[in-house]
Design a protein around this ligand. Structure first.
Ligand code: FAD
Length: 435
């Protein structure tokens, strides 16, 4: 068999620079081979064979392969179930250990546990590192050592604890000579994976300087480019969270605080995995949702008759992205105005968002439904008309996505606001009484 090696397993950390797990692999004393697996289980679950996320990953893998070729090594790219792929790799290479970065989702945690056991049985180690967050699981806890369930005190503690140590970069480039020198391994085409490209441009990786100056003032207005649009890069790790947080710390507290929300929802998912399928607060599992399928369809298609809701849903359907303020409005409308179970909306966003991340999406939906951490009182119901007046005062965003707005062609509101608000409060109360 060939010489002993360690593998670095890429998952949602698709970059060579400032990568914690890769850094440790490169310093292991063994030559390193990088690996990426197109996970068959995840690909099979994607209904739409034109998927922005998969295309983004594929495109990134090709770019990374060029970087690897320039330093004389190659990414090994396989398609299949990770456990089976690693069994094959164990036959092909003398693997001492597999290095990777933590993943906080239930599916991933189970997969990694099974993988670690299988490798151990075959004489190889499995090492995972914190890379996608600044602080994880047990680093930000209450005085009594429990996880936070409310954002504001969590964020206070997060900011207090932050120092240069947590933001330091992992200088992988100093150890690139420790990659195994090898010929190029083949990479399957997107079509060979059963997908077709959309060929749309992806957002850039750098945070615009003027954005960091103005973020606080611009972030809530969907008609302007007032947010970073880095979410796809943070989702797949093409941008280092440490590098971004360093810039944010120097330039803009409000922007840095958005990154704290991201850490917060990761630790919620990690500590309270039940949120993946049920409400963070069990009492909210008893709300008598109406779950009308026709109404859900109208919401999905952006035909509710509430222009800001329709604009958001059409932006999502056409681009795979929606502005944060509008995510809050559309989500609230579904849960409160239509009394449709937040999990239906969560699943729809999961299918469509190019930045879909279980922790942030689940956190956002449970926030909107009022069933999650930091719940706004359930009787606070967003008024979509007032939200539009406040955050899209000239109607520019609405006209961009709903051109027929203000014409006879535009649909009537599917539900009257005051009635819907009262009905939501009534049903939420009923849910609590039944819990
Ligand atoms: P910016 O405003 O530039 O923020 C910078 C980064 O901070 C984002 O890229 C993101 O990584 C992080 N961030 C900002 N706000 C939040 C937040 N509330 N929670 C967690 N992280 C945050 N974000 C996702 O990344 N994936 C999702 O699947 C997702 N689903 C959501 C669903 C709902 C119902 C709601 C209300 C919010 C959701 N968010 C999600 C959070 C937020 O809307 C997006 O992160 C943001 O709109 C992405 O655009 P941006 O990169 O321009 O954000």
């Amino acid at each position: 068999m060939s010489e002993p090696v360690v593998l670095f397993w890429y998952r949602r950390d698709l970059r060579l620079h400032d990568n914690a797990g890769l850094y440790h692999a490169l310093r292991s004393g063994f030559p390193v081979l990088p690996v990426f697996i197109f996970d068959q289980t995840i690909l099979d679950a994607l209904d739409d064979k034109q998927d922005r996320r998969l295309e983004f990953i594929h495109h990134t893998i090709l770019e990374m392969q060029q970087e690897f070729r320039a330093i004389g090594t190659s990414l090994i790219v396989r398609y299949g179930k990770p456990l089976e792929v690693y069994k094959e790799l164990l036959n092909e290479f003398d693997i001492q250990a597999v290095y990777t970065n933590y993943d906080y989702e239930v599916y991933a945690k189970n997969r990694d546990k099974t993988m670690a056991d299988m490798l151990y049985e075959n004489g190889a180690e499995f090492y995972a590192y914190k890379d996608q967050t600044i602080f994880d699981r047990d680093e930000i806890l209450t005085g009594s050592g429990s996880p936070y369930t409310v954002f504001t005190p969590y964020s206070r503690n997060w900011h207090n604890k932050l120092n240069d140590f947590y933001l330091k970069s992992y200088p992988t480039q100093n150890y690139f000579s420790n990659f195994l020198k090898t010929a190029a391994h083949p990479i399957p085409k997107l079509e060979e994976l059963g997908f077709k490209p959309l060929n749309e441009p992806f957002p850039g990786k750098t945070v615009r300087s003027e954005l960091l100056n103005q973020y606080k003032e611009t972030r809530d207005f969907p008609a302007v480019r007032g947010t970073s649009e880095l979410s796809i890069h943070l989702r797949f790790g093409t941008v280092s969270i440490r590098e971004l947080a360093r810039k944010a710390r120097e330039r803009n507290f409000t922007f840095l605080n958005e990154l704290v929300w991201r850490d917060f929802y990761f630790q919620v998912l990690d500590h309270f995995p039940h949120v993946e399928t049920s409400s963070f607060r069990p009492a909210y599992d008893h709300i008598p949702w109406r779950n009308n399928e026709d109404e859900f369809q109208r919401w999905c298609e952006g035909r509710t008759g509430y222009p800001i809701v329709d604009a958001g849903m059409r932006q999502l359907n056409e681009t795979g992205w929606m502005h944060n303020r509008v995510r809050m409005i559309t989500a609230s409308f579904l849960c409160k105005h239509l009394l449709i179970d937040w999990r239906w909306g969560e699943a729809y966003f999961a299918k469509k968002l190019r930045d879909y991340d279980l922790s942030a999406n689940n956190g956002g939906w449970q926030w909107a439904a009022g069933s999650g951490t930091d719940a706004a009182p359930y009787f606070r119901v967003f008024n979509p008309t007032l939200q539009a007046q406040k955050f899209d005062p000239k109607g520019e965003y609405i006209r961009r996505w709903v051109p027929e707005f203000n014409s006879l062609a535009y649909v009537q509101p599917m539900v009257e606001h005051t009635m819907a608000r009262n009905r939501a409060i009534e049903m939420y109360k009923k849910g609590f009484a039944d819990s």
